[in-house]
Design a protein around this ligand. Structure first.
Ligand SMILES: *[C@@H]1O[C@H](CO)[C@@H](O)[C@H](O)[C@H]1NC(C)=O
Length: 491
């Protein structure tokens, strides 16, 4: 057991419930934070649906007894394909039904909280109804944002009037940002997601979910740090008049990744990577959600080919078994790039690949978990956005010279293979792109410093201790098996 865990006195111990949105880009950072809270000797109940919990990475042995997984069965809704429990299982236009099913977890969640009587519940932007439930039960409630403070501040006005009603309004920095910045969507980015930002079949817009989640909480925890975006963290606090606690970047520890060294698939990948020159290979991956359309796939592929650089491409060809939109690589692409590049359409250990010395750059969708993984391993970023907050992340990174965006048409997102090839060469090999390589090295301290990370989590834990609601005291939490009986769940 961790020595820190032993120091925590009985009675001083917190019980924290965590409830992330049903997307791996959310569950993974929630789990990282859960591990860090557990490491300081506190108990965590991590709530999700059965198939999601079964797909999470294994816990390190020393923390397993501090973290309980609570499986709430996902309620059935029509139009939601069977067995789809996370966004990665679904075509983009079906995610709204997943939100609908998620909202039906309200009742089982309330029953669970009542039975478990935790000190705190940390929830995501989707569970806009949780603040009210927690208040009723006398449980303290935090909104934990896996979006960095700049994205949250640009998306939500807080006490200011949000005057934006058209996609165009989102392509400029909102008026409540008092300092100079370029963090805004491109037209094609906001156009693509405007339906869910503004309202979809779940009946509740993402904007409303966000606003209510922040309004209903006692404090806002953010995956961020003062070294990265001090001005945005301050703004977030001013906009919402709530304590804002950065919790660090939550990089996954390479040693926690399990013993893939015995995995044959990884062995083959490693063998290939070992043969490449140091810092020469482009790693390409667009995350667990984004699937390029046919034009995007073709131009990316031909751009990679034209760049002449070796590459390792982890490519998602479909979103779940119900996805009917088939995409394919350009004719002859694989033969022409044989030996120089690898396309992997199944599982791949991203962190292990990125940590390999042959990797010289990461062509990424700009999802924050990938950004953290790249920068804590000093890999410079080339960015191509697809969905959600990715555009905001990309503008932020560009502004800070921490990533290079592939030039595109602002209106429809069109880009050329030449732009892909030039961007890759610039960042990975050319003298002109040295600034991106240097910046990636410089950021290692911000993204990968374990002491700094632990310090942020210590601060969070102190806050949680200090501000837990006292009317909860004296009510003994029920035993785990009793809780199972109440919510029909098995941990
Ligand atoms: C595919 O994406 C590109 C660039 O993002 C865009 O210009 C194009 O219109 C899209 N094609 C379809 C069929 O949606």
């Amino acid at each position: 057991m961790d020595s820190k865990a032993l120091q925590s006195k009985q009675g001083d111990e917190l019980h924290v419930v965590m409830f992330p949105w049903l997307a791996f880009g959310h569950m993974i950072p929630y789990l990282e934070l859960a591990k860090l809270i557990a490491q300081s000797g506190h108990r965590v109940s991590f709530v999700s649906t059965p198939r999601n919990i079964d797909r999470l990475p294994k816990l390190p042995q020393n923390l397993a007894s501090f973290i309980t997984f609570v499986k709430l069965p996902l309620p059935h809704v029509s139009n939601l394909p069977e067995n789809a429990e996370a966004t990665t299982d679904l075509p983009y236009n079906k995610v709204q039904y997943l939100k609908l099913a998620h909202d039906l977890l309200q009742e089982p969640m309330a029953l669970f909280l009542e039975a478990a009587a935790p000190d705190w519940v940390l929830h995501d932007f989707t569970a806009h109804w949780l603040g009210l439930i927690a208040t009723k039960l006398g449980i303290s409630c935090a909104f934990f944002s896996i979006f960095i403070a700049s994205a949250v501040s640009v998306l939500n006005s807080g006490y200011q009037l949000d005057y934006r009603s058209e996609p165009e309004h989102f392509t400029v920095v909102p008026k409540w940002v008092p300092f100079h910045s370029n963090v805004a969507f491109c037209y094609f980015e906001i156009k693509k997601i405007f339906d869910c930002v503004n309202g979809d079949a779940s009946g509740v817009s993402d904007r409303y979910r966000f606003t209510e989640s922040i309004k209903g909480c006692d404090l806002v925890a953010v995956r961020s740090c003062f070294e990265l975006e001090p001005e945005w963290l301050r703004l977030l606090e001013q906009l919402h008049r709530k304590p804002v606690i950065p919790v660090g970047q939550l990089a996954t520890n390479l040693h926690d990744c399990g013993d893939d060294d015995k995995d044959e698939r990884w062995q083959q990948m490693k063998e290939w990577l070992d043969k490449q020159a140091s810092g020469s290979v482009v790693y390409v991956a667009f995350g667990s959600e984004a699937k390029p359309n046919q034009t995007e796939l073709t131009e990316s592929a031909l751009g990679l080919e034209q760049s002449q650089l070796p590459f390792f491409w982890v490519l998602k060809m479909r979103r779940g078994p119900t996805d009917t939109e088939v995409i394919r690589l350009p004719d002859g692409f694989e033969e022409r790039t044989k030996g120089r590049g690898i396309v992997c359409t199944s599982w791949a250990p991203q962190l292990k690949i990125l940590s390999h010395p042959s990797i010289g750059g990461f062509l990424s969708h700009s999802g924050w978990t990938s950004v953290v993984e790249a920068l804590h391993l000093e890999r410079p970023l080339i960015l191509l956005t697809f969905l959600a907050d990715q555009g905001l992340n990309a503008r932020f990174l560009q502004e800070k010279r921490m990533g290079y965006l592939i030039p595109r048409n602002e209106q429809d997102g069109w880009f050329t293979r030449e732009a892909v090839a030039q961007s890759l060469r610039l960042v990975v090999v050319e003298e002109g792109g040295k600034i991106y390589r240097d910046k990636a090295k410089e950021m290692r301290g911000v993204f990968g410093d374990r002491d700094r990370q632990n310090h942020y989590v210590d601060t969070l834990v102190s806050c949680l201790k200090e501000h837990r609601r006292t009317n909860n005291e004296g009510r003994a939490p029920r035993e785990a098996n009793e809780i199972d009986a109440v919510v029909g769940a098995r941990g």
